[in-house]
Design a protein around this ligand. Structure first.
Ligand code: PRP
Ligand code: URA
Length: 211
């Protein structure tokens, strides 16, 4: 059974409140996205497998744990997912990064893919798909469809966002019940234009100053 995790640590709740404020500028928005992503990354990597290694401290030999198992890839959905890459890479500096270019048609809300570039061995990696917003779920589902077409097993995919709408969570869970979802907030609903309420507005525009 896959996980749906809302990371409601007090520091995350505090930073999310600041992030939602319409008066927060681009610099502050970027910094907070980065910081919140690190908290999400801490949780998303909780189940990574570890193995024993022998090391010698200045005082004695000892057996300690280090991360083992599958290699990792971070897969941001462009544009807004780019804002979450640095936070993830601070925690997982050796991870490869694959990009998924996608935008929502403003009328139909259907995602349109315009770019897809993954590491060659993506089917052998655990893939952490990042996008600040899970609204209708269309972009997340199409991103995972594209990974599956490249032989990625959905069991090896995790989806990480900052704000999720119940509609998007339901759609993603129905399409990919194997995929664990991590979010910093579960909001109320979508409005008639497909924006999350209360949400934080257009994440890509706020991140890149294209409002
Ligand atoms: C936003 C967001 C997600 C998508 C979520 O991207 O970053 O990718 O919408 O909506 P959905 O769950 O209904 O598919 P947008 O299309 O605005 O593109 P951008 O990141 O380039 O601004
Ligand atoms: N994309 C965003 O950037 N914000 C929303 O509220 C919904 C989709």
């Amino acid at each position: 059974m896959s996980k749906f995790v809302v990371i409601d640590h007090p520091l995350v709740q505090h930073k999310m409140a600041m992030l939602r404020d319409k008066n927060l500028g681009t610099k502050g928005f970027r910094e907070l996205v980065n910081e919140i992503t690190m908290f999400l990354g801490y949780e998303v990597t909780r189940d990574l497998s570890v193995e024993d290694i022998e090391i010698e401290t200045p005082l004695m030999k000892t057996t300690q744990k280090v991360i083992s198992g599958k290699k990792l890839a971070i897969a941001p959905i462009l544009r807004a997912g780019l804002g979450m890459v640095d936070g993830m890479l601070l925690l997982m500096p050796a991870a490869k990064v694959g990009h998924i270019g996608m935008f929502r048609d403003e009328e139909t809300l259907e995602p349109q893919e315009y770019f897809f570039k993954m590491p060659q061995d993506i089917d052998e990696r655990e893939v952490i798909v990042v996008d600040p917003m899970l609204a209708t779920g269309g972009s997340a589902i199409m991103a995972i469809d594209s990974l599956v077409k490249r032989n990625v097993d959905p069991e090896n995919v995790k989806f990480v966002c900052l704000v999720a709408a119940p509609e998007g969570v339901k759609a993603l869970q129905a399409a990919y019940p194997q995929v664990d979802i991590f979010t910093a907030a579960l909001d109320e609903k979508l409005n008639e234009d497909g924006y999350i309420l209360p949400g934080l507005g257009d994440a890509g525009d706020r991140l890149f100053g294209t409002l």
